[in-house]
Design a binder for this molecule. Structure first.
Ligand SMILES: NC(=O)c1ccc[n+]([C@@H]2O[C@H](COP(=O)([O-])OP(=O)(O)OC[C@H]3O[C@@H](n4cnc5c(N)ncnc54)[C@H](OP(=O)(O)O)[C@@H]3O)[C@@H](O)[C@H]2O)c1
Length: 249
């Protein structure tokens, strides 16, 4: 969410009434809400409220996937699978900001957009069997894991890391994330990680810096009014949003 502070609780020092902020919390689909001090930061003046509201969960997930779980380094070859969605559009830009060479995978209609946000190379998954191309990556961030895990493992360098962000939410895939992936890591010697993003002030503040420096720019697909939230959710659930979907107040 993003908005303007109307009141602060006792002992709050980071914010004052009138501050423009963005962050995350329960009850964000509303005209007003109550948010924890360490889950929001000041909004960059250059961003609209809609742009800022698009950042927190997707931006933080992309950052933590690349930096904490993927151990990204400058010069790494990084593949972002699902590069055109909410998490993917941030992942492409953050990986570039951290000095990696980025390949983005998406469908044909999004190839140009993914290139425009900085991907060095783009692949249309409907046309190319890229997992079998022979190219090896230091890091694969997977936002669209609708395939068997053997495919990305084949495309990893021996020291590579596969970070599973999301995809199928079936019970089988949840079990795979929790039990089978750690086993595969051990057996195949390739690191396989799945994680839940951790909303925290330090990372939000880092995203704010990247936004202010123009290193990341939220990609917004559609805007819906609050009363059209059900349509917005239905659209997001189709799994083909181009960047983020925002509710406007
Ligand atoms: N681990 C966490 O903490 C965390 C946090 C946030 C989100 N997630 C999860 O991560 C996943 C991605 O989230 P998101 O917000 O980025 O989703 P999203 O905005 O819906 O983006 C989905 C992406 O997947 C691509 N895609 C869809 N079907 C595909 C297919 N069959 N093969 C290859 N690519 C395909 C889409 O590309 P095209 O439209 O071009 O097909 C798009 O780039 C979701 O499952 C979400 O629940 C996890």
């Amino acid at each position: 969410m993003a908005g303007q502070v109307e009141a602060v609780g006792k002992g709050i020092t980071r914010f004052k009434v009138g501050d423009e902020v963005f962050g995350s919390g329960i009850g964000s689909f509303a005209e007003s809400g109550c948010f924890l001090e360490d889950k929001i930061v000041l909004k960059p003046a250059s961003l609209t409220f809609e742009q800022a509201a698009a950042v927190p969960v997707a931006g933080l997930t992309a950052l933590q996937a690349l930096r904490d779980h993927g151990r990204i380094q400058a010069g790494h070859e990084v593949l972002i699978h699902g590069a055109s969605g909410g998490v993917g559009t941030f992942a492409v830009q953050i990986a570039k900001a951290l000095g990696a060479r980025v390949t983005g995978v998406c469908s044909e209609r999004n190839l140009e957009m993914v290139q425009s946000i900085g991907a060095d190379h783009v692949i249309n998954y409907t046309k190319e069997d890229f997992w079998r191309s022979g190219k090896r990556y230091d890091l694969i961030v997977d936002n669209a894991a609708f395939h068997s895990i053997s495919k990305p493992l084949r495309a990893l360098k021996p020291t590579g890391i596969y970070v599973l962000v999301g995809g199928s939410s079936s019970t089988a895939s949840i079990l795979q994330s929790l039990i089978i992936n750690p086993l595969i890591s051990k057996i195949k010697g390739r690191k396989v990680v799945s994680f839940m993003a951790n909303m925290n002030w330090t990372d939000l503040a880092l995203l704010k810096e990247l936004l202010e420096a123009g290193k990341i720019i939220p990609v917004i697909d559609r805007k819906y009014s609050l009363s059209d939230a059900p349509q917005a959710i239905r659209y997001v659930e189709e799994g083909h949003a181009r960047g983020k979907v925002v509710l406007t107040m």
